[in-house]
Structure formats: structure tokens, C-alpha cells
Design a binder for this molecule. Structure first.
Ligand SMILES: CC(C)(COP(=O)(O)OP(=O)(O)OC[C@H]1O[C@@H](n2cnc3c(N)ncnc32)[C@H](O)[C@@H]1OP(=O)(O)O)[C@@H](O)C(=O)NCCC(=O)NCCS
Length: 359
């Protein structure tokens, strides 16, 4: 442990212009720097303003953090997220140390601190994510336990590896250029709608979710943690109801963000059976982020994934015409989802490693 390092809790301010918001603002900056340094894509990081509403509402996930200082200078931050499900075992740890301060014990001290905290909270499964460029000449290549995908390692990944974390899974981060002609998307939508037939109808809304859609939306949102491939990452099952949708909507729209949801209603039952979400920050010229996409198991194979994806991209062009690209993450083993994205023109731009250690 470095002698002159002090580690104190990350204070969560009421607003970002409050006098006590300085550390949280630095948290946003460090997140952006680390995304730039590891993946070459600073826009992967949400801003401090985008993150604050989630930090201020601990009902579903409790976010905590610690700040490392050398003298007055902040040299690293670690965050630990605790899912609030009954009996939850997981803690997600994110070590943020810019290259300038890396390699002098800060990252080890912060990881020690986070693991001690998580252990004290009774958590026994520690998880972490690292971001990676697609090609780094001379870098060692690592493969996950799923056997799907490969990526060049980097210092944050090596830190976790040295500390006993296993690389469980690799996610591919791909982007779609939104500035060109979306004829391929229009054609794919028309073909998929024809294949799906008359039992299915597209519905769409912007967050906040209309009251009559909340319960149906909750039912499909609940399935993302269980249905999307996650290797041996042990995510606690999430309990969803209409109230949780209201809380999530408030967190997601809290900082001027816009989210569009396109869903498919199964007309014979009235159930929502597929959905797709696109989100952008207050700056509507920035990068669009793909959130969830899912088709309920009983309704797969009717091209509903293509329908929700394409219909939302076309809707998005009208809503947010100045956003130039969409960024998405998909597990390397998720062939059904990758097939859809590849057909629409998504191109891999970086990778994310999912790490886990059980104690
Ligand atoms: C990805 C997903 C949305 C695609 O579903 P979909 O729109 O029903 O897929 P399609 O209709 O294009 O199906 C194409 C084929 O793949 C099959 N298929 C679709 N999803 C499948 C899955 N998860 N596992 C195995 N086969 C699957 C279909 O049965 C169909 O086979 P067929 O051509 O022999 O009939 C769906 O698999 C899903 O919801 N997965 C779980 C959630 C998830 O992974 N989301 C993405 C997170 S990044």
C-alpha cells in the first residue's frame, strides 16, 4: 500500500453545481478518460450529470464510491454497485485510474478497499468490466471461459487477472453509422413485418412510460438479466413491477436524457413480447446508446428482434436527426443478436471483458 495515499468515500451531491460536487465531477471526467485510454472511445462513458440520478436513488442498485488522493490531488476512484434484490450476492467493482497515475499502487489500493467493503456488505461474487481496443500491436491476446471472442489485454484487465478474477465473457461493442441512407433498415423492417404476420403490432413511446404500458414493459424488462447470454457471470435475478419502471424512467430521464422504446404487442393476448431501447444524453448531437433488446422466449423466431430494432432506428432518425451513430454491446456468443446487427451494418469498434471472482 502506498504510504501517502488517502482513500475517502465519494460524496454524492444534490446537484452538479453544488459546492460539494467537485469529487463527483472528477468521477465523470475519470470515467471519460479511462474509456478514451482503454478503448479509444471517450463517448462510451456517461457524463457525471447522466450518472447522478442513479446514484441518488438506491432503491434498485446502491452505488457507492471511494476517492484516492495523493496530497490534494485525486489520483483514482473506485465504485462499487450493489444490486438490492433480496439475498443478492454480487458487487460490481470499477477501478478508474487514469494512465498518468497508473502503476504506482493506486489501483491495487483501490481494489483492496473495494473488495473489503463488498465483503463487509456480505457480497461474495465480485464482478468487473474492462474496455479494450480491437487491435493493439504486440499485446497478449486473451480469450474468455465461454470460448467466444478474443481481445488484446491491457493494464486494467491484468490487474483483475492478477487478483484472481476470471475472464468469463467478451462483449463486442459495435456501431452503426446513422448519417447515411437507412434503406437497408427500411427493407429489413418490411421483410420482418411480412414474416411476423398479423398477430403482432408495433407500439412506441418515449420515457416516461405511459401508465397503461408499465406492467407489460416490466414483464419484458425482467427477462433481460435471465435471457441474454452471460456465460458464468452470476447476475442476481431482478424483480420488476410497474413501480420499478417508474423509478427507472425517472433515473433515465433525470438529466435531460431521451429514451425511445419500440415494443411489439401480441394482439391475441395483449402482452408486450419484444422491446428495443435507444438513449441519448442532453446533447442530442452525441452518440446514441442501445440499451435493451429482447424477444420473449415463446415468441422468438418471428423476426420480432429485427422489427423492434429497425422500427426504433427509423423512429430515432425523426426524433434525434443530429446523432451520428449508435453504439451497442453484444455477447460474442449471442449469434441471434449479432446476426441482426451485422445485417443492418453494425461494425465492431471495441470490446468489453466481463470478470468475476467468487470468495
Ligand atoms: C436476440 C433476439 C432478440 C432475437 O430474437 P428473434 O427476433 O426472435 O430472432 P429471429 O426471429 O431473427 O430468429 C432467427 C432464428 O434464430 C432463432 N433464435 C432466436 N433467438 C434465439 C436464441 N436466443 N437461441 C436460439 N435460437 C434463437 C430463431 O428460432 C430463428 O430460427 P429459425 O430461423 O430456425 O426459425 C432473441 O434471441 C432474444 O431476445 N434473446 C435474449 C435477449 C438478448 O440476448 N438480447 C440482446 C442482448 S445484447
Amino acid at each position: 500500500m502506498t504510504v501517502d495515499l488517502t482513500i475517502t468515500p465519494l460524496h454524492v451531491p444534490d446537484t452538479l453545481d453544488a459546492p460539494d460536487a467537485e469529487d463527483f465531477v472528477v468521477y465523470g471526467e475519470f470515467n471519460r478518460r479511462v474509456c478514451a485510454e482503454t478503448a479509444g472511445l471517450p463517448d462510451l462513458a456517461p457524463t457525471a450529470a447522466q450518472m447522478l440520478p442513479a446514484w441518488r436513488d438506491p432503491s434498485d442498485t446502491r452505488h457507492t464510491g471511494f476517492v484516492a488522493r495523493r496530497g490534494e490531488q485525486i489520483v483514482g476512484i473506485v465504485t462499487i454497485d450493489y444490486p438490492q434484490e433480496e439475498g443478492a450476492r454480487a458487487a460490481e467493482i470499477d477501478v478508474l485510474v487514469p494512465e498518468e497515475f497508473w502503476g504506482r499502487g493506486v489501483e491495487d489500493a483501490l481494489l483492496d478497499h473495494a473488495e473489503d467493503e463488498a465483503r463487509r456488505e456480505g457480497r461474495t461474487t465480485f464482478q468487473g468490466w474492462t474496455l479494450h481496443r480491437p487491435d493493439v500491436p504486440g499485446a497478449r491476446i486473451v480469450t474468455p471461459r465461454t470460448g467466444w471472442g478474443r481481445m488484446p489485454t491491457n493494464p486494467p484487465a491484468e490487474l483483475l487477472e492478477t487478483r484472481g478474477y476470471e475472464l468469463e465473457q467478451i462483449e463486442r461493442n459495435s456501431e452503426l453509422d446513422l448519417t447515411g441512407d437507412l434503406a437497408v433498415v427500411r427493407q429489413a423492417l418490411a421483410d420482418a413485418e411480412r414474416a411476423a404476420g398479423a398477430d403482432y403490432r408495433v407500439v412506441a413511446w418515449n420515457l416516461p412510460t405511459p401508465p397503461e404500458r408499465r406492467a407489460g414493459y416490466a414483464a419484458v424488462l425482467a427477462r433481460l438479466t435471465t435471457d441474454a447470454p452471460s456465460g458464468d457471470m452470476e447476475f442476481d435475478d431482478e424483480a420488476w413491477d410497474a413501480d420499478r419502471v417508474v423509478r427507472r424512467d425517472a433515473r433515465l430521464t433525470g438529466a435531460g436524457q431521451l429514451m425511445s422504446v419500440v415494443a411489439v404487442e401480441h394482439l391475441p393476448t395483449g402482452d408486450l413480447v419484444a422491446y428495443n431501447e435507444l438513449l441519448i444524453g442532453e446533447d442530442r448531437t452525441g452518440v446514441t446508446h442501445q440499451f435493451g433488446t429482447l424477444v420473449a422466449k415463446e415468441h422468438r423466431g418471428h423476426r420480432l428482434g429485427t422489427i423492434v430494432k429497425c422500427a426504433n432506428l427509423l423512429r430515432w432518425r425523426e426524433l434525434v436527426p443530429l446523432s451520428r451513430r449508435v453504439s451497442t454491446y453484444n455477447a460474442e456468443e449471442n449469434r441471434p443478436m449479432l446476426d441482426i446487427n451485422e445485417a443492418l451494418g453494425f461494425i465492431p469498434v471495441s470490446y468489453a471483458g466481463a470478470w468475476q471472482k467468487k470468495i
